[in-house]
Design a protein around this ligand. Structure first.
Ligand SMILES: [Zn+2]
Length: 178
């Protein structure tokens, strides 16, 4: 059976807020401020979840986990990611890898990257080597540069058996003779 690799992209931003813990990649990071949001506002996990949902053409996490749903107020984003992994499993999509970048002026992310990768890999049921997290600053520019919030970008790939694909989303049949 032929396997096809599908890729997806995700992007998210959250503003800093007083009196909240800062949670990134499922890890609580010591900082004067956390991020505002309906969930724990884990901007890194939200970008990764959107990338994963995008691989199989699913709607974004705002659709699956709406901020108008009081039953999920304060939900841990590791729980969101676990549910997204289950959505993919239900579609027989096997996650190949995830690559993400955090964009923040502060705090320093590098000391926490190894723990973040391990936390994400556990949720994704992947070896740590298939989960990449990088961090950069915005060189003082824009809302990130002014320290107003944190942004995250992610790409993800999944492998699917072509025969399992919905006919509407399956790639066109090869032209005979080519
Ligand atoms: Zn978010």
């Amino acid at each position: 059976m032929a396997t096809t690799v599908l890729s997806g992209i995700g992007y998210d931003v959250h503003a800093f807020a007083e009196g909240r813990p800062l949670v990134l990649g499922g890890i609580e990071i010591p900082h004067a401020k956390g991020l505002a949001g309906h969930s724990d506002a884990d901007v890194l996990i939200h970008a990764i979840a959107d990338a994963l949902l995008g691989t199989v053409g699913e709607a974004d996490i705002g659709h699956h986990f709406p901020n108008t749903d009081e039953s999920i107020r304060g939900i841990r984003s590791t729980e969101i990611l676990t549910r997204v992994v289950e959505i993919l499993a239900g579609k027989e999509a096997r996650i190949v890898n995830v690559d993400a970048t955090l964009i923040a002026e502060a705090p320093k992310i590098a000391p926490h990257l190894a723990k973040m990768r391990a936390s994400l890999a556990a949720c994704l049921r992947l070896p740590v080597t298939r989960v990449s997290v990088k961090a950069t600053t915005n060189e003082g520019l824009g809302f990130v540069g002014r320290g107003e919030g944190i942004a995250a970008m992610a790409v993800a790939s999944v492998a699917v058996i072509e025969e399992m694909l919905d006919p509407e989303t399956a790639p066109p049949a090869p032209v005979p003779g080519l």
